[in-house]
Every structure is written in structure tokens, then in C-alpha cells.
Design a protein around this ligand. Structure first.
Ligand code: KIV
Length: 273
């Protein structure tokens, strides 16, 4: 017997995403890290929810994505999965849990899939992590690649500036994209690279290419939810379009609540039992 919790909603799958690329329909992707936000963004009709290791920054307040642990990613991912009825859920494997050893990569991916119920994992890097990617794929776990500015390597880069502006790095990125496609990755994220290079990658590979700071000639776009909602205000890169100013809305609500409590205006009679 099969169980359908939301009979009339067609879930997004890797196959849906491939078809979207093939018919030129852009793919929308946003991050989410908790049940309440994931529920709203899923209801809005997002195609992919990324439980990004940017949780390390926006949820935990770390300067980089490096400190977040596998257990913490699984905690965030399982909350997101409980909220989602339609979107395809991708979870970042955190720094240190897949790079050095393909058996560990497989173990990490399996823990994420088993313990959170997510639909796929994302890893950063190209040829240097090929063995790990192949090993995860061999277990039937869909893998999304991530090239360009890969925040888990921030201490190698030294800065968050645009990557692959030089020919050699651009060539390596294109080769890495082809390698990840040949391995069997279902999609790629390209972060903060020249739009012309991103366009070339999207035209070269047959799998969907999702950009963040990679121009409009790719198959879809991703943003960090807290940045596009204006909850985080200190991070304003050129590629970020802010769709709301929730920090101002929230500050106003919090201040009015504090003031009502202090003034003994809240709760009033109708708000009491
Ligand atoms: O962790 C994250 O939020 C990401 C996106 C920026 C693509 O990897």
C-alpha cells in the first residue's frame, strides 16, 4: 500500500528539474533551515529548497560555513522536510564530512537521507572530490555539485570576491562541470563567477545549472532566504535582490510589543481569560 500525504500536489523530482531545463523553464531555489520558513516557501511554489550550510552563518552566527556539523545539518534538514509537500529538498554535506574519504562521504550522505528524509545532497568542488561524488551516487543518492566560489574553501581563496575571472581557473571550472555531469550529478550550483562563463557551462552540460551571482543565462537562481528577505542587512553583494525589509518589520513589531507590555496595554481584557 502506498501512502500519499498530499494527493493533488505533484512533487518536484530530479526528473522534473531536468525537464524544466529542457523546455527552458527557469528553476527557483531558496535556502531554508527550519519548519516554519520552509512551510511558507514551499506554499509559495519554490522548486528546490536548499538546507544550506549557510545555516552556520544565518542560524548560528558563525563567520564562515566551516563550523557547522553533520548532526546540526540533519537537525535543520529534518525540520525542513517535515514542512515540505512539493519542493525538492537538497542538503549541504558540511565541511570535513566528505572531502578526504569516499567511505565517509557515503556515510554522511546516508545519514542525511535516512535521518532527515531529504531528497539529495550537495557538495562543493570538482575533480578533487570525484571519488566521493561517485561513491555517494553509487548508493542511489542524488548529488548536486557546487563550483565557483565555494564557501567551504574560503581560507584557500582568502576573500569572497568573484571566482574564475582568469582563463586557467575558468577552464578548470568548465572541466569540473563536465566531470560532475559525467559522474552523474543531477544539477550544479555556480556561485559568483562571470555571467559569460556561467552561460557557457549551462550550454555545455545537459544537467540544470543554478546560479547565485552567476548572471541570468543559467537554468535557475538561488538566494539565501534571510538575505533576500532583508533579515540580514550587513550582507549586500551586487547579486542580491532584496525582496522585503523584514528586519525593519520585525524591529517595529518587537518594539511595539515591548512598549505595550511596559505601558500595561498588553494584554487587555479581551486578550485575557
Ligand atoms: O549554503 C548555501 O546557502 C549555499 C548557497 C549559497 C548556494 O550553498
Amino acid at each position: 500500500m502506498s501512502v500519499h500525504s498530499s494527493a493533488n500536489l505533484k512533487r518536484i523530482t530530479t526528473h522534473t528539474l531536468l525537464e524544466m531545463k529542457q523546455r527552458g523553464e527557469k528553476i527557483s531555489m531558496l535556502t531554508a533551515y527550519d519548519y516554519s520558513m520552509a512551510k511558507i516557501v514551499d506554499e509559495a511554489g519554490i522548486d528546490i529548497i536548499l538546507v544550506g550550510d549557510s545555516a552556520s552563518n544565518v542560524m548560528a552566527g558563525h563567520e564562515t560555513t566551516l563550523p557547522i556539523t553533520l548532526d546540526q545539518m540533519i537537525y535543520h534538514a529534518s525540520a525542513v522536510v517535515r514542512a515540505v509537500k512539493r519542493a525538492f529538498v537538497v542538503v549541504d554535506i558540511p565541511f570535513g564530512n566528505y572531502q578526504g574519504n569516499s567511505s565517509e562521504a557515503l556515510r554522511s550522505a546516508i545519514r542525511i537521507m535516512k535521518e532527515s528524509g531529504a531528497h539529495s545532497v550537495k557538495v562543493e568542488g570538482g575533480s578533487e572530490i570525484k571519488e566521493s561524488v561517485l561513491r555517494i551516487l553509487s548508493a542511489g543518492v542524488p548529488v548536486m555539485g557546487h563550483l565557483g566560489l565555494t564557501p567551504q574553501s574560503i581560507y584557500k581563496f582568502g576573500t569572497y570576491t568573484v571566482r574564475a575571472k582568469e582563463e586557467a581557473e575558468a577552464q578548470k571550472l568548465l572541466e569540473d562541470a563536465k566531470t560532475l555531469e559525467e559522474c552523474g550529478c543531477f544539477a550544479l550550483v555556480l556561485e559568483k563567477i562571470p555571467a559569460s562563463l556561467a552561460k557557457k557551462v549551462a550550454e555545455t552540460v545537459t544537467i540544470p545549472v543554478i546560479g547565485i551571482g552567476a548572471g541570468g543565462d543559467v537554468d535557475g537562481q538561488v538566494l539565501v532566504m534571510h538575505d533576500m528577505l532583508g533579515i540580514t542587512q550587513e550582507f549586500k553583494p551586487r547579486f542580491l535582490r532584496q525582496y522585503a525589509d523584514l528586519q525593519a518589520v520585525m524591529l517595529d513589531a518587537f518594539k511595539r510589543y515591548i512598549s505595550d507590555v511596559k505601558a500595561k496595554d498588553f494584554p487587555n481584557e479581551s486578550e485575557s481569560y
